[in-house]
Design a protein around this ligand. Structure first.
Ligand code: ZN
Ligand code: ZN
Length: 467
C-alpha cells in the first residue's frame, strides 16, 4: 500500500457542504460591500516579519508568540500574515495613496502559530474592509451599518453591536498613565502574562481571559473618562449617526482591542447565542496613526475583520443541510443509446442556459431504476424521462419530485406550452374564465420559472429530431 497523507497539524480541510457556508459569506460580502463603494484587494499571503512587528506591536501575543515564520533561502524572515490590516496599509502606501482615499475589502486565510485546540486552527479565514483617508465619524457609522445589513441579509438577527472610543495620541497617554497606575497598584492579583503586559501593552490586560484579571479589569479606569474634546465629539457624532439609522448598539466603556495601533472608535459584533464565550464575530476600529507610521503621508483610517469560521457556525444553525446542498433542477433519465445521446446534448444546453442539470453521464447502460434512485439521492427537484417512446412520439414525461406530480404532455400540448412566454403565461392565468388544456401545468410553471425554461429547451430539441 502506498503512503497515506494527512493534513498538516493545526490545519484542516473545509469540505462540502461546510465550504458552501464560506461561499455564501463571501458572495454576500462581495455583493453588499460593492454597493457601499468598497473595492476588492487581493493580497499576498507572505509578508515581511517587520511589517507586523512595526504595525501590530512587539508587545503583543501575535508578534511575540503566534507569528508563522517562514525563513526564505536567503535567511530573511517572512511570515504568513496573521491579519490583513497591515498588508492593506502597506499596499495602500505602495500603490494607491497617490489616488487619495480608498475603501477596500478582502477575503482570505490568515495564519497564527497557536497551540492547536478544538475549533481553533493555524489557518483561519477573514473577511475585512478598510477605509483609508477618512477621518470623520461618518465612515465609522458606514462600516457599522454595512455589517449590520450584512448580518441581517444572512438572517442573523441576534447580533449585538458594542462600541467604544479609545482616545487619540493627545488624550490616550493620560489614560494609559492612569491605567498603568491602577494596574500597578493591583499587580499582585494579575496573571503572569498581564504582569508582563503592564510594561509592554497595558490595554491588553483589559481583555485577558484569566478570571482574576477580569475582576481587576472591571474596576479599571475607562478610556471614556479621559477623552479630549475632539475625541468626545467624534464619539458623539458616531452615536448620532447610528441613532439616525435606528440601529441598536451599546456603548461598552470597557471594550478595548489588543493591538497597539487602534485609536478612537473601536467596535465589536457579538453573537447573543450560538457561540458560547468566544462570541465576537467581528472586531474593528480606527487606526489614525498607522498609515504615517508605516511610511505613508498621514491618513486617518478605520477597518474591521470578520471571522468566517464563527460566522459559518452561526449560519450552520440557521440553514438546514437540505437548503445547503441544493439538488439539480432536473435529472435526465434515459433509456437506450439514442436517448443517452439525446440526453447528453440536452444536458449541456440546459446547463448553458443557467439551469443545474444532471444525469448518469458515464454510465450509458445504467438501468432506469438505478437512475431514479441516483436522482433521488442527490435530491433532484424533477426527473425528465427520455425513452424510445418519448423521442419517437415526442412526449413530455416529467416527474416533480417534491409533489410527486407527473407532467405528461403530447407534442401539441408541449408545443403550446413551449411557445408561451413567462409574462404572457401570468396574464393568461389572471384572465377570468380562461380555459386551456394546459392550465394545470401552467399553474405549476408559474411557481417554477426554471421549469418553463426546461420545457422550452426540451421542446426545441425534440423539434430538431423531426427535421
Ligand atoms: Zn483625543
Ligand atoms: Zn491576565
Amino acid at each position: 500500500m502506498s503512503k497515506k497523507y494527512q493534513v498538516v497539524k493545526g490545519f484542516r480541510d473545509i469540505l462540502p457542504p461546510e465550504s458552501k457556508l464560506f461561499w455564501l459569506a463571501e458572495k454576500l460580502a462581495r455583493d453588499l460591500f460593492a454597493r457601499f463603494g468598497y473595492q476588492e484587494i487581493l493580497l499576498p499571503v507572505l509578508e515581511s516579519y517587520d511589517l507586523f512587528a512595526c504595525s501590530i506591536g512587539t508587545g503583543t501575543d501575535i508578534v511575540e508568540k503566534e507569528m508563522f515564520i517562514v525563513p526564505d533561502k536567503k535567511g530573511q524572515n517572512l511570515v504568513l500574515r496573521p491579519e490583513a490590516t497591515a498588508s492593506v496599509v502597506r499596499a495602500y502606501v505602495e500603490g494607491l495613496a497617490s489616488q487619495g482615499p480608498a475603501k477596500l475589502f478582502y477575503f482570505g486565510p490568515m495564519f497564527r502559530y497557536e497551540r492547536p485546540q478544538k475549533g481553533r486552527y493555524r489557518q483561519f479565514w477573514q473577511i475585512g474592509a478598510e477605509a483609508i483617508g477618512y477621518g470623520g465619524p461618518g465612515v465609522d457609522a458606514e462600516l457599522i451599518l454595512l455589517l449590520d445589513l450584512y448580518f441581517k441579509d444572512l438572517g442573523l438577527a441576534e447580533i449585538q453591536i458594542r462600541i467604544n472610543n479609545l482616545g487619540c495620541k493627545i488624550c490616550r497617554p493620560s489614560y494609559r498613565e492612569a491605567l498603568v497606575k491602577y494596574l500597578t497598584d493591583n499587580e499582585a492579583g494579575l496573571c503572569e502574562d498581564c504582569r508582563r503586559r503592564l510594561s509592554t501593552n497595558p490595554l491588553r490586560v483589559l481583555d485577558c481571559k484569566n478570571e482574576a484579571c477580569k475582576t481587576i479589569a472591571q474596576s479599571a479606569p475607562c478610556p471614556g473618562e479621559f477623552l479630549c474634546v475632539d475625541c468626545a465629539s467624534h464619539f458623539e457624532g458616531l452615536q448620532r449617526l447610528l441613532n439616525l439609522q435606528k440601529v441598536s448598539f451599546q456603548v461598552d466603556p470597557r471594550l478595548v482591542r489588543g493591538l497597539d495601533y487602534y485609536t478612537r472608535t473601536v467596535f465589536e459584533f457579538q453573537a447573543q447565542t450560538g457561540l458560547g464565550a468566544q462570541n465576537a464575530v467581528v472586531g474593528g476600529g480606527r487606526y489614525d496613526g498607522l498609515v504615517e507610521e508605516m511610511g505613508g503621508n498621514p491618513a486617518p483610517a478605520i477597518g474591521f475583520a470578520l471571522g468566517v469560521e464563527r460566522l459559518a457556525l452561526l449560519l450552520e444553525q440557521k440553514i438546514s443541510r437540505s437548503e445547503l446542498v441544493a439538488g439539480p433542477e432536473v435529472f435526465l433519465i434515459f433509456s437506450g443509446e439514442e436517448a443517452y445521446r439525446f440526453a447528453f446534448q440536452l444536458l449541456f444546453l440546459l446547463r448553458a442556459s443557467g439551469l443545474y442539470a444532471e444525469m448518469a453521464i458515464d454510465e450509458p447502460s445504467r438501468s432506469l431504476r438505478s437512475q431514479l434512485k441516483f436522482s433521488d439521492r442527490i435530491k433532484s427537484k424533477s426527473a425528465l424521462i427520455i425513452g424510445e417512446d418519448e423521442l419517437k412520439n415526442k412526449l413530455l414525461n416529467l416527474k416533480l419530485m417534491e409533489s410527486g406530480k407527473e407532467l405528461k404532455l403530447e407534442y401539441q400540448g408541449l408545443k403550446n406550452l413551449a411557445n408561451i412566454d413567462w409574462e404572457e403565461l401570468k396574464s393568461h392565468l389572471q384572465t377570468p374564465g380562461f380555459a386551456y388544456a394546459g392550465r394545470e401545468y401552467e399553474q405549476t410553471l408559474v411557481q417554477n420559472r426554471d421549469l418553463l425554461k426546461l420545457l422550452k429547451i426540451y421542446f426545441n430539441e425534440l423539434n430538431k429530431l423531426e427535421a
